[in-house]
Ligand binder design. Structure first.
Ligand code: MG
Length: 462
C-alpha cells in the first residue's frame, strides 16, 4: 500500500469514527458538537470563518482628468476588503449616489461568498434595470466580491475562473495622428515597442481633442463648420464630415499597410458614427488590407442592419461596447453577425455576466475583445485581464498605460511588456487603492464632449 492509499484509509477511518460517534451521541441525547460547527461554518466555505459585508464605500478620483469610481466592500473580518470598478466617467456622481444611497443598505449584513446570488438580487432589486448607472454600481460590487473571494482562497481571480489558458494577455496599441503618414509613424513606434496589433485612427488624438473630428473621426474643415458660422450649437461641439471620414479610412489603411508590411495586425474603430450603407461600401474597400477587425460599425439604434452588413462584406467585426445588458449579445452572436465581443465590463455589470457571454462565445466561435479605455480604473483593467487569461476564446485586449499619478493611487496595477498585459500573482484582482493619494484628485463634472455634429448641425450618434 502506498502513502496516498494509507492516508486515504486513515482519513476514511477517522471519518467513519466521527460519524458513528455522532450517531451514538444523538442516540443518547448529547449535543452534536460537529453539527453545530457545520451550521456556523457551512460546507461551501470549506472551513473559512463566516463573513458578512460590513460597509460599502465609494472612492472617486481623477488623477488624469477622467473620473474613476471604485467600490470598496468592507467585511466583518478586519482588513479583508474587495475593490471593484464602477466607473461611468460621464455621469460619475450619479453612480456615487446609487452606491451610497441604495447599494450600501442593500448589501450590509449579506454573505459576500454568494456572488451569483448577490448579483441576481441587486440586478432586479430596483425592478427597472439595464441602465448604465446601476450596472456600473453592480460591477463595482461584483468585482469587489470576486476580489474578496480570491483573497479568501489565497488565489488570483483567474484561478477561480478556471486557471490560465495563456501566459499573458495579447493587446493592441492605439496609433493615431492628424495625417495617414503620421498614423503610420505611430504604428511603427508600437511595432518597435513589441506590439503585434495596432488600432489605427486618423483625426483627433484624444477624447478631449474633438475639434478635429474626435478620436479617429478624420474629416473636419480647417475653418469653422457651417453650423458654427450660423451660431448654431455650442462652441465645444465637435464637427465631423462623415463623407470625408469615409474617404480617408481606406487611404490610411493603404499607407499603413504599405509602410508597415504584413507582419502587423491592424484594427479600426468606426465608432458607430456613419450610415449603414456607407459603412458597407467602405468595409468592402478595406477587405484587401486584411483588418483584424472593424469595430462598432453600427450604432445601437441601427442593429437591424446587421444581416445586410454581414452578408455584404468579409471584414471581421467587433461590437458591443454600448450594449447595456447581456441579452443584447445573444441574437447577434447566435446569428454570427460579429466576430469579437466588445464588452465594456462595468457597463454590463461585472465579471459574472461577462463570463457568461464569453462562454457563449466559445460555443459560437466568437472571441473576446473587452473594451479597455482610459475611463476604466486599474481595478477594472485587472478584472478584464483576469478574464482574458481564463477564457479559451480570448481574442485581444485593448492595451493600457497608467500615469505615475495613477500608479501611486493603484499599487499592483497590470503592466505591459512587448504588447502583452500581465497581472501580478497576488490573491484576488491584485490591485490595491491608496485612499489618501486618491483624495488628492477630486472628480469633476466636465464630461467628455460626445456632442458631434454634421455640417448643418445635425447630431451624429456616437
Ligand atoms: Mg469603440
Amino acid at each position: 500500500m502506498n502513502k496516498e492509499e494509507g492516508s486515504f484509509s486513515s482519513d476514511r477511518r477517522n471519518f467513519m469514527k466521527r460519524v458513528t460517534t455522532g450517531s451514538a451521541a444523538a442516540l443518547i441525547g448529547l449535543p452534536l458538537i460537529e453539527s453545530a460547527e457545520k451550521q456556523v461554518s457551512p460546507a461551501y466555505s470549506k472551513g473559512l470563518p463566516p463573513l458578512k459585508i460590513k460597509n460599502i464605500k465609494v472612492i472617486s478620483t481623477a488623477p488624469d482628468g477622467l473620473n474613476l469610481i471604485v467600490v470598496k466592500v468592507e467585511t466583518s473580518e478586519p482588513g479583508l476588503y474587495g475593490l471593484g470598478c464602477a466607473t461611468f466617467t460621464q455621469r460619475a456622481f450619479t453612480v456615487i449616489t446609487a452606491i451610497e444611497k441604495y447599494m450600501n443598505e442593500f448589501c450590509v449584513g449579506r454573505d459576500p461568498d454568494n456572488i451569483e446570488d448577490m448579483w441576481q438580487a441587486f440586478y432586479v432589486s430596483s425592478y427597472w434595470r439595464n441602465g448604465p448607472v446601476l450596472n456600473n454600481a453592480l460591477c463595482g460590487l461584483d468585482q469587489a466580491l470576486w476580489d474578496i473571494k480570491g483573497k479568501r482562497a489565497n488565489m488570483p481571480v483567474y484561478q477561480l475562473l478556471g486557471g490560465k489558458c495563456r501566459f499573458a494577455v495579447e493587446c493592441y496599441g492605439h496609433a493615431s495622428g492628424p495625417t495617414p503618414e503620421e498614423v503610420a509613424d505611430s504604428v511603427q513606434k508600437f511595432m518597435a515597442a513589441g506590439f503585434r496589433n495596432v488600432r489605427i485612427q486618423q483625426g483627433g488624438t484624444t477624447l478631449m481633442n474633438f475639434q478635429h473630428g474626435g478620436y479617429g473621426g478624420a474629416g473636419s474643415t480647417a475653418g469653422q463648420p457651417d453650423y458654427a458660422k450660423a451660431g448654431f450649437g455650442m462652441p465645444a461641439d465637435t464637427f465631423m464630415d462623415d463623407q470625408a471620414y469615409l474617404r480617408s479610412v481606406p487611404v490610411m489603411f493603404d499607407i499603413v499597410r504599405k509602410r508597415c508590411g504584413e507582419e502587423i495586425e491592424i484594427l479600426h474603430d468606426i465608432h458607430e458614427r456613419c450610415q449603414p450603407m456607407d459603412v458597407i461600401n467602405m468595409c468592402r474597400k478595406l477587405e484587401q488590407y486584411r483588418p483584424l477587425f472593424i469595430e462598432d460599425p453600427l450604432s445601437p439604434e441601427n442593429t437591424h442592419w446587421w444581416k445586410q452588413m454581414r452578408e455584404s462584406t468579409t471584414v471581421p467585426f467587433a461590437m458591443g461596447e454600448l450594449f447595456n445588458n447581456v441579452n443584447e449579445f445573444i441574437q447577434p452572436m447566435v446569428n454570427h453577425y460579429f466576430d469579437y465581443i466588445r464588452i465594456h465590463v462595468s457597463q454590463i455589470g461585472g465579471i459574472t455576466p461577462a463570463m457568461k457571454i464569453a462562454r457563449l462565445g466559445e460555443w459560437l466561435n466568437i472571441k473576446t475583445a473587452w473594451h479597455g479605455p482610459g475611463d476604466v480604473s486599474p481595478v477594472g483593467h485587472a478584472a478584464n485581464a483576469h478574464i482574458d487569461l481564463a477564457v479559451w476564446n480570448f481574442g485581444i485586449q485593448e492595451a493600457v498605460s497608467f500615469s505615475e499619478k495613477t500608479l501611486a493611487i493603484f499599487p499592483g496595477s497590470p503592466t505591459m511588456k512587448n504588447g502583452y498585459m500581465h497581472v501580478n500573482e497576488a490573491p484576488g484582482l491584485g490591485v490595491d487603492l491608496n485612499e489618501k493619494e486618491a483624495a488628492k484628485f477630486p472628480i469633476n463634472n466636465k464630461a467628455p464632449g460626445w456632442t458631434v455634429r454634421k455640417k448643418d448641425g445635425t447630431i451624429i450618434r456616437p
